[in-house]
Design a protein around this ligand. Structure first.
Ligand SMILES: Cc1cc2nc3c(=O)[nH]c(=O)nc-3n(C[C@H](O)[C@H](O)[C@H](O)COP(=O)(O)O)c2cc1C
Length: 203
């Protein structure tokens, strides 16, 4: 299989880490991967906070409900109105910073590191907690925390390919037809199940 596709399928949320610290050279590669991401009109509406200080890592674990993992490195991805190269970033910063985040997760996998995305924005409480712990200035918003370290658990590479979610060409028929109703119902059930699974996964 193609090497890049292998890394994409191998990336899994890793929540158990060894105590070994991540080399500075690797941290720089992760940041470089993040900043290589696409952004609307190349506004690059991001900044990154690199945390390896144990007392700060402990504060994250103490404060944030879904961030109890012990990782030696956390990268906080910030949406940055103060550094974005265009006002277009006001609209697209979540998408742009999410692309940067996924690049970091994939680079971590390729470098033999484990990682997990911990969501912060748009939960106001989590945003306030991270702002306070990191003493963030105005003009930036924390999108997430990426927990990173050498993995102390291994997970299978996997595909989640689901043909039902693929539409080869445009939808057929008018909206409001019976078929649509059935799909909507199925969607509601799936959304409920998926929320339950997510809650289980982050606890
Ligand atoms: C926006 C977002 C927020 C997430 N927040 C958390 C979190 O707070 N804590 C956590 O342990 N995992 C979190 N995750 C990881 C998901 O639980 C995980 O990606 C999902 O269960 C699929 O598993 P996989 O990453 O191994 O493919 C988050 C993922 C995303 C994309």
């Amino acid at each position: 299989m193609n090497e890049t596709i292998e890394v994409i399928l191998k990336r899994r949320s890793i929540r158990l880490f060894t105590e070994e610290s991540v080399e500075e050279e690797k941290i720089r590669l992760l940041l470089e991967a993040g900043m290589a991401g696409p952004s609307a009109v190349n506004a690059q509406p991001w900044e990154f906070v690199v945390i390896t200080e144990k007392p700060i890592l402990e504060k994250f674990r103490g404060a944030l409900m879904f961030a109890k993992m012990a990782a030696p490195l956390v990268i906080c991805v910030l949406g940055s109105r103060r550094m974005q190269k265009s006002r277009v970033g006001d609209k697209f910063w979540v998408q742009d910073c999410s692309a940067a985040t996924e690049n970091i997760l994939l680079a971590a996998t390729a470098l033999g590191l484990g990682s997990v995305w911990v969501g912060v924005h748009p939960i106001a409480l989590f945003e306030r907690q991270v702002k306070s712990i990191l003493n963030l200035p105005t003009g930036v918003t924390p999108l997430n925390l990426i927990y990173i370290g050498y993995p102390a658990e291994s997970k299978e590479a996997r595909t989640q390919y689901d043909e039902k979610r693929v539409h080869w060409g445009p939808f057929q028929g008018e909206s409001g037809e019976k078929g649509d109703e059935e799909v909507s119902k199925r969607y509601e059930i799936n959304a409920k199940e998926s929320n339950e699974n997510d809650n289980a996964a982050v606890q």
